[in-house]
Design a binder for this molecule. Structure first.
Ligand code: C2E
Ligand code: MG
Ligand code: MG
Length: 561
């Protein structure tokens, strides 16, 4: 062994080792080649015990350091080291050839090599831990968004992105799952659900956790159906008892990577799957949406609505229109529904264009209180002017139900304007989740105790539940316009039967029955024959600006030929 050769081999070793930064496993073949050759080391490896108690047991891991593929079976030098966190590591050196024995000096040099490897491995371990902290979600044992973006970028650079689909998915109502089975079981179920998806992916496909119950996925297009099946609902067993399972489903925004040059950046892809997810969440049933360009435009519109809302509210750009409700027997106005309109410049914007956006970030609650305030002011004026005043119904979004002080806020507005409670009605649509159901029930009971009328809006669309009618003491049922046949489809026997029985059920349960969307004389006559109390619809009037509505109030009643 020539001293100079060894020195130069060590120098090479040091330079090459310090270049290693990203090995997920401390395999260091190239860096160790020269020094191992000059010391006639055929193979070197590391035996790793993660605690001192395990030392000497079968519970160890082996990492290769160097392998020339020509070596004896047993190590000749074994160096024991202990890491600061208690791992025990053995560096084992195998001679390349049985006949050659290492001298004392050579063994000392090999010991030195072991010490240096130990220092470098410590460094690599730190780098790996840093990598894990930067790119890994330890709870779910999958990568995080940072890594996902980097991976997407690499796939784009390697031009292999075509034929894949990117997906942004959110576990549906996971907070309710947590409440039902507890946080610990909730996390366990989430992990099992994610493990199931992970088991379907391979190669360049990747799943990552964005945070909370939000995840992203990149998979081959041909696997989409299989993944969508999982999103649509999968039973997850979280415990040993037969009843310890839960159905988990996800909303998902999907973008098929079709080589669109304008979307060739990871952030652009993220934007696209994010807007698709927003769309998916807003869907009534199957919560899966594929990206299309219109979504980007809608997203821009939504952003603008959100940005302009505050000013719009302060500048009184929101108007309240009133749509009369007419008694089917006397044809008199017995009430009206307050409906908002947004006056933007000379344009009147309808709720269909802004309510959904305002609901996303709770701005709707501010609009609803604003409308209630305006309605109260109008009623106060009618009462002060001693003209006819009728009960006005105000729509409240279900988003309000998260507010435990909701009843107090509503009453405060009504009382501050000195409005007798019988002039106000609150309309709320049906609710689907159990959690909301309880809040809804409490709120409706609270209004009733204050003598404020309540009505269930759009009854019959979505997942109408009879429990909703049985367990919540509504005053009014508003039957959705979809029960009425429209002019393109004049006679649908099933709808007619349903309409008749829904009206009868409402009446038998002591609810006032209001039919919405009445546009024709035939519809009016049909509803009259079923003894529906009140109707609201274009047949009599569209929603009217307040001055026009006041004129209607001043007239006696509508008439029909
Ligand atoms: P809604 O509460 O069910 O109100 C009835 C909707 O049906 C109104 O639409 C009304 O203009 C429309 N309509 C009335 N008669 C007819 C008819 O004969 N034929 C047809 N095709 N439609 C008719 P609008 O004003 O566009 O409001 C849409 C929805 O937006 C409302 O449905 C309500 O859910 C929501 N909305 C409106 N204003 C507010 C508000 O201030 N707050 C909240 N939270 N929601 C509101
Ligand atoms: Mg309504
Ligand atoms: Mg309605």
């Amino acid at each position: 062994m020539n001293e100079n050769d060894i020195l130069s081999a060590f120098e090479d070793f040091l330079i090459n080792m310090s270049k290693l930064s990203e090995s997920r496993e401390p395999r260091t073949d190239e860096a160790c080649k020269k020094i191992c050759e000059s010391l006639r080391v055929g193979k070197a490896d590391v035996l790793f015990y993660d605690s001192p108690e395990k030392e000497g047991t079968e519970d160890y891991a082996v990492f290769e350091v160097y392998d020339s593929h020509v070596s004896v079976d047993e190590p000749s030098v074994v160096v024991r080291k202990k890491t600061p966190i208690g791992n025990i590591v053995f560096y084992r050196f195998f001679r390349s050839d049985e006949s050659y024995k290492w001298s004392n000096d050579e063994e000392k040099t090999i010991n030195l090599l072991a010490s240096m490897l130990f220092v470098f491995h410590g460094r690599l371990r730190l780098i790996e831990m840093n990598h894990a902290m930067t790119f890994f979600d330890a709870d779910m044992n999958i990568y995080n968004l940072k890594y996902f973006l980097r991976h997407l970028g690499e796939m784009i650079d390697r031009k292999i992105i075509l034929g894949y689909a990117a997906i942004y998915f959110n576990l549906r109502r996971f907070s309710v799952v947590n409440m039902q089975i507890g946080r610990v079981n909730g996390t366990e179920s989430m992990k099992k659900y994610i493990d199931l998806i992970t088991s379907k992916i391979s190669g360049d496909e990747l799943i990552c956790r964005i945070g909370g119950d939000n995840f992203a996925l990149i998979i081959k297009e041909e696997k989409l159906d299989e993944i969508i099946d999982i999103f649509n609902g999968t039973s997850i067993v979280y415990g040993k008892e037969p009843w310890e399972y839960i159905n988990i489903s996800a909303s998902a925004g999907i973008y098929k990577l079709n080589g669109d040059v304008s979307a060739d950046s990871p952030t652009e892809i993220m934007d696209r799957i994010s807007v698709a997810l927003v769309q998916a969440k807003a869907m009534k049933s199957k919560h899966i949406a594929f990206f299309d360009r219109k979504m980007l435009e809608n997203n821009e519109k939504s952003l603008k609505i959100t940005a302009d809302f505050q000013n719009g509210l302060e500048n009184n750009e929101f108007l309240v229109y009133y749509q009369p409700k007419i008694s089917t027997s006397t044809l008199e106005i017995v009430g009206a529904e307050a409906l908002s309109r947004w006056k933007r410049g000379d344009k009147i914007v309808y709720p269909g264009d802004f309510i959904e956006t305002l609901e996303r970030d709770m701005n709707i609650c501010r609009l609803d209180f604003y409308v209630l305030e305006k309605v109260c002011k109008d009623i106060r004026r009618w009462l002060d002017q001693r003209r006819k005043a009728v009960k006005i119904s105000v729509n409240l979004s279900r988003r309000h139900l998260a507010d435990p002080e909701l009843l107090k806020h509503v009453i405060e507005i009504i009382e501050r304007n000195n409005i007798p409670h019988e002039y106000i009605e609150i309309e709320l649509t049906e609710t689907t989740s159990d959690l909301e159901f309880q809040d809804l029930k409490t709120f409706i009971k609270g209004l009733q105790s204050q003598g404020i009328s309540t009505s269930v809006d759009d009854f019959g669309v979505g997942y109408s539940s009879l429990t909703l009618i049985k367990d919540i003491p509504w005053n009014v049922m508003k039957i959705d316009k979809s029960f009425l046949s429209d002019s393109n489809e004049p006679y649908d026997p099933k709808k007619m039967i349903m309409l008749k029985h829904v009206v009868a059920m409402a009446r038998d349960m002591g609810l006032e029955c209001v039919a919405e969307g009445v546009e024709t004389r035939q519809q009016l006559e049909l509803l009259r024959s079923h003894c529906c109390d009140t109707i609201q619809g274009y047949y009599f009037d569209k929603p009217l600006p307040v001055d026009e509505f006041e004129k209607r109030l001043d007239n006696a009643a509508y008439y029909i030929d």
